[in-house]
Design a protein around this ligand. Structure first.
Ligand code: OOG
Ligand code: MG
Length: 256
């Protein structure tokens, strides 16, 4: 029996639209990595068909803390659209999510395209600005549990992103302190060095993966480097603030 890519994509897309968890696909089908990315592409095609615009890419499991928390060892990536962007400082509704979590990240804005094979120097030269950021991840699978194929098919749990101030003249982002607070209490601390030793490596990996997928990184795209610490679960009423040393803060609130 041939694999029903469109059917699996429809299941995942509906789960996101209805904020309703579904069983892991792995209980039924074992997706290869390539097949899982095909499902992901089909999920995104459905979003684009509804009028969303592709505006970037996210890297996942680029830090040890995240790989350990999720029990998946590979660097993975997902596609970002404009509908996922949450206005900095905004209040958003819990009803749009299944079981959201937040993680502190660094975001890059590209001033020109970055193809497969780009070096760290190419990546550095392609950066227009760097911002402190929060990723809202929301696995569409029950209990936030998944296999590697599952999470890739589910667009690597991508759900929302909050971008703080864009910094255009930051020299060295290799080891900046990162703190994530919820309702004024610090819940996670770390360093940008946790992201593959240096966040620029995440951008280089993004260029490679995206280029190989036939979708090279474009000028104006936002690239999320990956969580610098483990993620924290959200509850109604939470106010989340992420601060990255020297870059500023990103924040939002979650309401009923
Ligand atoms: C998978 C996505 C991981 C990151 O920054 O490491 C990710 C997950 O944890 O659900 O976005
Ligand atoms: Mg992330």
């Amino acid at each position: 029996m041939s694999l029903d890519i469109a059917g699996l994509a429809e299941r995942l897309d509906n789960a996101a639209v209805n904020a309703q968890a579904i069983p892991q696909l792995a209980l039924e089908v074992e997706l290869s990595e390539a097949q899982a990315y095909e499902v992901q592409a089909a999920v995104i095609a459905r979003r684009l068909a509804r009028g969303e615009q592709r505006n970037g890419m996210k890297m996942g499991l680029t830090s040890r803390a995240k790989a350990l928390q999720m029990g998946v060892e590979d660097v993975i990536w997902g596609r970002i659209t404009d509908a996922m962007v949450v206005e900095e400082g905004a209040a958003i509704s819990m009803s749009k999510f299944v079981h959201p979590r937040v993680e502190p990240e660094v975001a890059f804005l590209l001033k020109h395209p970055l193809p497969e094979g780009a070096t760290a120097l190419d990546a550095q030269n392609a950066i227009a600005a760097v911002a402190p950021a929060i990723e809202i991840i929301d696995s569409r699978y029950k209990d936030f549990k998944f296999s590697l194929g599952d999470v890739i098919a589910d667009n690597t749990s991508a759900s929302g992103l909050v971008i703080g101030p864009w910094n255009t003249s930051v020299e060295d982002i290799s080891n900046l302190g990162v703190a994530m607070s919820i309702n004024g209490a610090v819940r996670q601390i770390g360093s940008t060095a946790a992201i593959l030793g240096h966040p620029i490596r995440s951008l280089v990996a993004a260029a490679d993966r995206s280029g190989r997928a036939g979708e090279p990184l474009e000028e104006g795209w936002i690239i999320m480097a990956g969580g610098a610490t483990a993620a924290e679960a959200l509850t109604i009423g939470d106010h989340i603030v992420v601060e990255v040393q020297g870059l500023g803060q990103a924040s939002f609130k979650i309401e009923a």
